[in-house]
Design a protein around this ligand. Structure first.
Ligand code: SF4
Ligand code: SF4
Length: 471
């Protein structure tokens, strides 16, 4: 290790590297204290057999130093992810903060982000997060009945109650948090309910929705359907972005779009300017030609993933041998991010668009979506169409009028939240028996026209009750 670190120091810095990038680091590799059935990252343990998957302090220092050296932007994000990063224990992150303070350049601001399943959060963790201004992402998929469908522990027991305890401690210490919710077969029909749960019960102001798309082939589908953990003593299958079949947990393409619309119709009536849904924000930005999220940017390749031992991969979704760029102990990460292979990886996103995408009305907003999901046939029977295309098209077309109105309001120097007044005026002209604006098939009065809709889950379990149940 020490020799490799010396080699790196002798390398020249690249003058033409990108000004910044968003690296996701995995200090505990793919190891996790729970066993979510859809988490294909659990299978990445197969890449490092007989390895404890814990980042050493030496690798930590090389990582943070290189990251800060590589950035010419004043803001640098140090993003902690997993597996489950709390498995590294708190002292590791105390050291990380010290190292970042030691290496940051004058005028550089460092923001730590931390994605967690919440199970190990306690007063000590949350006091630390608050003190060092960490932004914490908490993984929750909805109310208990939905969350526990796939987010289970090794005994196949739901984790909802334990996550709610973690959420309670985050709130107690006033830590900035956002909710990361995956969209899959168990919640795809419940967008509005899931969103209302986050807003009303969890008091979330920042919410991110991520579609679950698990690819498989004819040969791997059965084993993939049983989950990516190693329960039952079966051999672990390494997940790779191959195959054009999907698991039974995977969200339907069109259903993903309908889920987003269901949320959007609630948000645009009540919460513009107070609740921030990542995809809605970045879509609004995309109307001005700026793309804040790699998924819908024309090109990508500025979101590499760092494994616990310093191996750097093209992207968090492509942690597989073919996409390994090198190791930070041997090559500076800036050189790897700027390398011809990585630039090709990013530009292929634009250069491999199907003819259907190229003539699509919403291409400037969607840009064909993430390459990992491009394994379907296009309408012209061309391979490489995005599996989620039907839903993406539905979402972008449906939200166009409201997004354009918000852009117009901004251009007039008004707050985009004034869209809610326009929506209210339109709703006044609508009768209860008219089709709902979400086009989900229900009457307006039984859908988004009803401000207090009944829930499909009997009643949404309140977070407080869940915490009591966990104790
Ligand atoms: S492959 Fe997908 S997730 Fe990875 S950087 Fe490109 S768009 Fe983003
Ligand atoms: S909506 Fe479909 S066709 Fe249009 S750009 Fe996106 S993936 Fe391509």
């Amino acid at each position: 290790m020490k020799t490799a670190a010396k080699t790196y120091k002798q390398l020249p810095m690249l003058a033409d590297g990108p000004p910044g990038f968003h690296l996701l680091s995995k200090p505990s590799g793919s190891t996790c204290n729970i066993n979510c059935t859809y988490c294909f990252f659990l299978s990445k343990e197969a890449l490092y057999p007989n390895d404890k998957s814990r980042m050493s302090v030496e690798t930590l220092e090389v990582y943070i130093r290189q990251l800060l050296e590589s950035h010419t932007t004043p803001e640098v994000t140090i993003a902690w992810q997993g597996g489950e990063p709390t498995l590294m224990r708190l002292d590791f992150f105390k050291t990380a903060v010290e190292i970042a303070n030691k290496h940051k350049k004058p005028g550089q601001n460092v923001q730590h982000t931390f994605q967690t399943n919440g199970l190990l959060l306690d007063d000590e963790w949350c006091a630390f997060f608050k003190e060092h201004n960490f932004l914490v992402g908490l993984s929750v998929d909805g109310p208990r009945e939905i969350h526990d469908a796939y987010r289970q522990d090794r005994a196949a027991k739901g984790t909802f109650d334990r996550v709610m305890k973690g959420w309670e401690v985050l709130r107690k210490h006033e830590v900035d948090f956002n909710i990361l919710c995956t969209v899959h077969a168990a919640n795809e029909m419940h967008g509005r309910e899931v969103y209302r749960f986050f807003r009303d019960e969890l008091k979330a102001q920042w919410i991110q929705f991520i579609p679950i798309v698990e690819r498989a082939s004819k040969d791997t589908l059965d084993i993939a359907n049983s989950g990516w953990g190693d329960e039952n003593g079966r051999n672990r299958l390494l997940y790779t972005q191959t195959g054009n079949l999907v698991t039974e947990r995977t969200v339907g393409g069109r259903q993903y779009g309908q889920f987003l619309i269901d949320v959007f119709e609630e948000w645009a009536r009540n919460d513009v300017g107070t609740v921030f849904v990542q995809l809605f924000d970045v879509t609004l930005e995309a109307y001005t030609g700026r793309h804040m999220l790699c998924l819908h940017a024309p090109t990508c390749g500025y979101g590499p993933a760092l494994e616990h031992n310093g191996d750097l991969y093209s992207c968090d979704h492509f942690v597989e041998p073919k996409y390994k760029l090198g190791n930070i102990h041997e090559t500076h990460m800036q050189a790897m991010v700027a390398s011809p292979e990585q630039r090709k990886f990013g530009n292929d996103k634009r250069d491999t668009l199907t003819a259907q995408c190229k003539r699509c009305e919403v291409l400037p907003l969607c840009n064909g979506g993430c390459p990992k999901d491009r394994f379907s046939m296009s309408k012209d029977l061309e391979p490489g169409q995005n599996y989620l295309c039907a839903g993406l098209e539905l979402f972008y077309k449906h939200t166009q009028p409201a997004m354009r109105n918000m852009i117009m309001l901004l251009q007039q120097g008004q707050a985009p939240s004034n869209i809610m007044n326009l929506k209210a005026a339109e709703d006044e002209r609508r009768t209860a028996d008219m089709p709902c604006t979400c086009r989900g098939g229900k009457a307006f009065g039984d859908c988004h026209g009803n401000p207090n809709p009944p829930t499909a889950f009997g009643r949404i379990t309140s977070a407080k009750q869940a915490i009591l149940a966990a104790e």
